[in-house]
Design a protein around this ligand. Structure first.
Ligand SMILES: Cc1ncc(COP(=O)(O)O)c(C=O)c1O
Length: 489
């Protein structure tokens, strides 16, 4: 039975009241707070509780029944339908366009000097290896003169592709040079794959929550997006299989290790199952590897690509989180079947990635400076990571749950069920601590009780204070006792 107090409306909003009720009930289903066969409250009780007309509730219930989210039993009431969560996973084509633009715009946060920044997911510029990279650029300029500024092959500078292929062998990935495509950042990779693979009305599966930049690229192709709830050990494979059979998707987008935003990682077994499903159902898997170098546990975590015997995985690698996001450099490993179309899409997009940057990065790789930077960044991130775990453990109110990922830069905190992290975000906007509310990472216009914290840009020495401030704000917001273990502020 759904509790009346779980449903609320805001009469100051422009959104019709019946629609607010519909959305609230959908949210409760998606967040698992109400389940299949739960009964909706009686119309009169809910109308009285919300201070609205009976007709408003009748309209909301009818709309849910029309969408087959609920079913009615004459003389008894309305119940949550068995397939409701799957139906909620199915999103129609264009209804969220405006909302998505709003979310992307909102992504650009304006932070003051005093703000402790848990929002940004790229490193601070003082960590960039400027001196080493400057040397690499100067070396290239002295060596190649004007040649350094010529167009490159659309596939990418041959010598760099050789260096990358050799680097990949250490990651258990064997690839031929012709399958390696240099790109101007992972975001371009997502866009090129969208152009090369996706057509109007194709279905793309995404984890929910997920990286909004990927959704923006997929959407630009007019595809249907189906969200699958992300779990601590990867999406539910039975559900995935059902969804694949039902929607016949062209592609699934995934972050196998330390997913953005949750930090969750797939188990080895789930990786294998995912590949099996992809091969059986002729589905491509787009693996976005933005941070796999930063796994702190001893246990090795293989990429999906390294296990991809059927050549279904398109692998995209970004250097933004470890090197410098402004380089706009990354690479893809492209299955044979897509090699030419991806190359055409790259050529049509920007002809080639900057030759100077590719050549300088090649020198940087060959001189072993990338390995040095990696090991340096890993140490820095690991210290911040440990500090973060310590602080979250010490200061967070008990009702806020967090997950310790096996690596990466992101932490996913869940407020008690039913809370809206956007509401919390609005309340603490001016409290000198920045984070990203969870609704940013969903394709649908739904509320989220989660927030994402990143350790990428925050200084190590600010982490404890930042978590204290955030915890105090949470305590105030949730109207709760602080943890007794340590004083807050
Ligand atoms: C998961 C994920 N993929 C891709 C990108 C884009 O990376 P790049 O800077 O290489 O374009 C980001 C950037 O935040 C990201 O988080």
């Amino acid at each position: 039975m759904i509790r009346l107090e779980d449903i609320s409306v805001d009469k100051s909003l422009k959104e019709p009241l019946y629609q607010q009720i519909v959305n609230k009930i959908k949210d409760l289903i998606q967040s698992g707070q109400i389940e299949v066969e739960d009964k909706l409250p009686p119309i009169r009780s809910l109308a009285k509780h919300l201070g609205v007309n009976n007709v408003t509730v009748v309209t909301a219930y009818q709309s849910l029944a029309d969408e087959e989210i609920t079913y009615k039993i004459r003389g008894s009431g309305s119940y949550i339908a068995p397939k409701s969560d799957e139906l909620l996973a199915q999103i129609s084509e264009f209804d969220n366009a405006e909302n998505q633009v709003y979310k992307m715009k909102d992504n650009q946060m304006i932070l003051s000097q005093e703000t402790i920044n848990f929002a940004t997911a790229t490193p601070k510029s003082n960590l960039f290896p400027v001196t080493d990279f400057k040397k690499a650029i100067n070396f290239v300029l002295d060596r190649d003169l004007g040649e350094a500024f010529g167009y490159q092959e659309a596939k990418g500078y041959q010598s760099l592709r050789e260096s990358i292929a050799s680097y990949l062998r250490h990651q258990n990935i064997q690839t031929r040079l012709e399958n390696l495509q240099i790109i101007s950042g992972a975001q371009q990779g997502l866009d090129i794959v969208s152009k090369a693979v996706l057509n109007y009305n194709d279905v793309v599966l995404v984890e929910a929550p997920t990286y909004s930049g990927a959704i923006a690229s997929f959407r630009s192709r007019g595809v249907k997006i189906v969200q699958i709830p992300m779990q601590v050990d990867g999406v539910n494979m039975t559900k995935l299989e059902e969804i694949i059979k039902r929607y016949k998707p062209k592609m699934m987008y995934t972050m196998i290790n330390c997913q953005n935003p949750t930090g969750f990682s797939y188990t080895h077994k789930k990786k294998e199952l995912l590949l099996k499903l992809a091969s059986e159902h002729h589905m491509y898997v787009l693996e976005d590897d933005y941070v796999s170098e930063l796994i702190y546990s001893k246990q090795k975590s293989l990429s999906l690509k390294s296990l991809d015997v059927h050549d279904r995985v398109i692998y995209i690698k970004s250097f933004s989180k470890i090197l410098m996001p402004g380089l706009r450099l990354g690479f893809m490993i492209v299955p044979d079947t897509l090699n030419q179309t991806v190359l055409n899409a790259k050529q049509a997009t920007d002809i080639s990635t900057s030759g100077l940057i590719q050549k300088a990065f090649d020198v940087y790789l060959r001189n072993g400076q990338w390995e040095k930077q990696l090991s340096n960044m890993k140490k820095i991130y690991q210290r911040k990571f440990d500090k973060m775990v310590e602080a979250l453990n010490a200061y967070l109110p008990r009702s806020v749950h967090y997950y310790v990922p096996k690596g990466g830069i992101l932490f996913w905190l869940e407020l008690p069920k039913g809370k809206d992290s956007r509401d919390f975000f609005e309340k603490v906007k001016h409290k000198e601590v920045a984070f990203v509310p969870g609704d940013m990472f969903y394709y649908t216009d739904r509320k989220s009780n989660a927030i994402r914290l990143s350790i990428a840009a925050v200084a190590e020495e600010d982490i404890e204070l930042g978590v204290k401030k955030l915890s105090q704000a949470l305590v105030d917001y949730l109207n709760q006792e602080a943890v007794e273990r340590l004083p807050i502020l």
